[in-house]
Design a protein around this ligand. Sequence first.
Ligand code: AMP
Ligand code: ZN
Ligand code: ZN
Length: 400
Amino acid sequence: MLTILLIASSSCKRKRTETFENYVVVVSFDGFRWDYADLYEAPAFDALAAEGVRAERMIPSFPTKTFPNHYTLATGLYPDHHGIINNSFYAPELGGLYRMSDRKMVENPDAYFGEPIWVTAEQQGMRAASYYWVGSEAPIGGTHPSYWKSYDGSVPYMDRVDTVIEWLKLPVKKRPRLVLLYFDEPDHSGHEYGPVHPEMGVVVEYLDEVLAYLRAEIAELEYGDRVNLIVLSDHGMASISPDRYVYLYDHLKPKWVEHILGGNPVSLVDASEGSEDSITHALKDVQGVTAWLENEIPARLHYGSSDRFPDLLLVADSGWSIGAGRDASVYTGGAHGYDNAFSQMHTIFYAAGPDFKEGYVQPAFPNVDVYGIVARLLGLKPAPNDGDLSRVSGMFSTPD
Ligand code: AMP
Ligand code: ZN
Ligand code: ZN
């Protein structure tokens, strides 16, 4: 009896140690719509789904833009709670505009609330690395990931993979257990050509090669079978057209508006004193745009409660564009930022590795759950967040 107990306890212990030593690599391909791998040739994505998990869709947070969603993926918080409420917004307490092109702001830790997963890891004694993840260029909570890079979109994708593999080949003490890796395609091409276009097939095929190369390099690692790989994105892409354009000043009097920030298809409006109702009233019956006062924003969007939110939210209807310029001809190709209920904004989540089931199809789930997934895989104590692991626990092959 004692022998059996000893064997049982030692195998339990070994199992726990193995789980503890697993690694996580999270890859984001910006703007990869939920159905691109079906629309285009993507054998490496298909293989990942067959060997692991594929979500029917992952639902981004509103607004379906890059910065809010990457930082939601990192923190498990809705944009209202993590502070990055759009790609550009006015931050009254910082006395300035946050814009993704403003390096000083992007690197300012006070712009970011909540606890990103790399801070959770580092503060619990685990090394993390980030190749361009939104927020990782700022010392949030006084902490950078052990390894990180300043954004430079011109670095070739395969070189990024090589650097990640170098990090994973470091001696155990220096090696990151969590690696985050970002690519700005297929978003860039999606804007240019729209989501359904032969050029998108070319881009997706190239990203598929990048994924295949990353997987092959991970498989070569001495501990490759202990790496959990997650491949996801921040939002989808919708076709736009000059025929579906609302020139805002066809309806609004310039004196009603102090500032419009953000652009198409989501704009944050600072109204002149007392003009809020004039704006909502003027846009009430206009096809292609919806205007909401802070307290009218539907609860499902989890939006408008931030101190950084001005007076009004304008959102173009699905596939429409809005703007403050007369020229409609620029609204071609693709856009995102719309209501996250719009299916074309939905995105991907794939995962494979020792802690994931094989060939499992995960029902659609919101991207606030990703932080908890990564924390669970690494055995980290998660910071408070908006996710709910019970929605996604069916994807794991290993018990808690
Ligand atoms: P958007 O499509 O407007 O939501 O933004 C996507 C763009 O964000 C991409 O084309 C990237 O070039 C850019 N981007 C992503 N991460 C960063 C970063 N850390 N710093 C600056 N720009 C970034
Ligand atoms: Zn994006
Ligand atoms: Zn984009």
